[in-house]
Design a protein around this ligand. Structure first.
Ligand code: HEC
Length: 151
């Protein structure tokens, strides 16, 4: 065998090795890309369900007024949205007494009419669905170890 032929075979083998290394790297990159981007891409189409606080119940809102859908909503819409937006009502949180005194205040000063038989229904709806929120404060911090700040 000639010298030139030997060199050719050596070069061919080296080229072959490089080819294998490159293909293995390409495969690893492809698998990695699939895991990272394929997964992330898919997750864009999955809207995670909203996490509810403990004891909270999922509520659906009326699409026009934004009122919580519950018994008494229709009466509340009828009597509480002719003068102002529904948001003026829904942004408030009051006890039953608070809602009643707001209604009385509107009747005395803002020409709100007598709600008649609908008053207890509306009051019940507001007191249940727009009650003051108890969990206003966050929990106290748990300090494992105190340390002294150096000046
Ligand atoms: C006759 C008209 C009228 C109707 C009907 C009416 N309101 Fe009002 N309401 C008013 C006016 C006027 C205000 C004051 C608006 C302002 O300050 O911009 C008001 C204010 C409010 C406020 C804010 C009070 C505050 O202290 O800021 C709430 C809450 C409210 N209304 C709830 C209700 C509820 C619940 C009903 C149904 C039972 C209702 N309103 C029906 C006229 C009305």
């Amino acid at each position: 065998m000639g010298n030139a032929h030997k060199t050719y075979r050596k070069r061919a083998r080296r080229l072959y090795r490089i080819l294998i290394v490159v293909s293995v790297l390409a495969l690893i990159t492809a698998i990695g890309a699939f895991y990272f981007y394929g997964d992330r891409h898919n997750s864009e189409y999955i809207v995670p369900p909203k996490k509810l606080e403990e004891g909270q119940i999922a509520k659906s809102l009326d699409s026009i007024t934004g009122f919580i859908q519950a018994p008494g909503m229709q009466e509340t819409i009828t009597h509480c949205t002719p003068c102002h937006s529904a948001q003026l009502v829904t942004q408030n949180r009051m006890t039953k007494e608070g809602w009643l005194s707001t209604i009385r205040w509107m009747q005395e000063t803002q020409n709100l009419w007598d709600l008649g038989d609908n008053e207890p229904i509306i009051l019940e709806y507001l007191a249940i669905n727009y009650a003051p929120q108890e969990k206003g404060r966050r929990e106290n911090l748990k300090v494992e170890a105190w340390y002294i700040l150096k000046e």
